[in-house]
Ligand binder design. Structure first.
Ligand SMILES: [Zn+2]
Length: 260
């Protein structure tokens, strides 16, 4: 996406403002990506950073956050739905929940009185989420079209998009930000390489849960700005929004001790 702020300090300032204001730039609707979460002008397209910077030294994530405080106790994520969604949108959200419930031990449950919860909203600011449990109410935004307009992004046109955003809320970052990503992909657009959208995360104290680099992860962007270095049959599925890859499921189950 077009990022005018190339200096990290200015970017961080804008991020702070963005958190305060909810968003700080409109969507770039000229992107050709079919993957609407890639088009938001947030950290890596769709991540609104909480109060820490994963690119700083002492980074505590590779693909999944290690900080136990960022995880949801017992894998239970209370939610409210506060956006305006049509029945077809609601079905996609419910399908996403069902995927988690069927294949992992994570449970999304309607909020009653829980202090920490996600609020699923539908503002015209794209598809985005914070990473992990932040504390209190945290938004997961899923912009939708209430009328037929193919030019507008719709985060609920395929189940993989809400799955992607909910994985951020569980504590996962983008697959293509892993420290070892240069062995597998290069950023084709050199003007993008040092932007927060595609910057490579530094090494840290986290784990990738023993999983190999996964082109087919639902947390991997498309080839619009990336190119595969190693030609494997899987690469053609890079940036897919159909749902979990097998490794995505294993990583969620590892993060939340589902097999314990
Ligand atoms: Zn994302």
């Amino acid at each position: 996406m077009e990022k005018s702020q190339s200096k990290p300090s200015l970017f961080l300032l804008l991020v702070i403002l963005g958190i305060t204001l909810g968003h700080f730039k409109p969507m770039d609707l000229n992107k050709k990506s079919h993957n609407p979460e890639e088009r938001g002008n947030y950290f890596e397209g769709d991540i609104v950073l909480p109060d820490w910077n994963p690119r700083s030294n002492g980074i505590n994530m590779r693909n999944g956050v290690l900080d136990l405080n960022r995880r949801w106790p017992g894998g239970v994520v209370p939610y409210e739905i506060n956006g305006i969604f049509l029945p077809n949108h609601m079905k996609i959200i419910e399908d996403a929940f069902k995927e988690f419930h069927t294949r992992t031990c994570v449970r999304f449950k309607p909020r009653t009185t829980e202090k920490d919860y996600i609020s699923i909203e539908s503002e015209n600011s794209g598809c985005w989420s914070k990473i992990g449990r932040v504390g209190g109410r945290q938004e997961v935004n899923l912009q939708v079209n209430l009328e037929v307009n193919l030019e507008k992004p719709d985060c609920l046109y395929k189940v993989g998009v809400p799955i992607h955003e909910l994985m951020h809320a569980l504590g996962f970052c983008h697959e293509h930000s892993r420290p070892d990503r240069d062995l597998y992909v290069i950023v084709k657009n050199k003007t993008q390489i040092n932007t927060p959208d595609y910057v490579k995360l530094g090494p840290g104290v986290s784990t990738d849960f023993g999983e190999k680099y996964d082109y087919t992860s639902v947390m991997h962007y498309t080839g619009d700005f990336l190119i595969a270095l190693i030609d494997t049959p899987d690469v053609k599925n890079m940036g897919q929004v159909d749902g979990f890859s097998a490794a995505d499921v294993r990583k969620i189950n590892a993060m939340y001790n589902c097999n314990a």
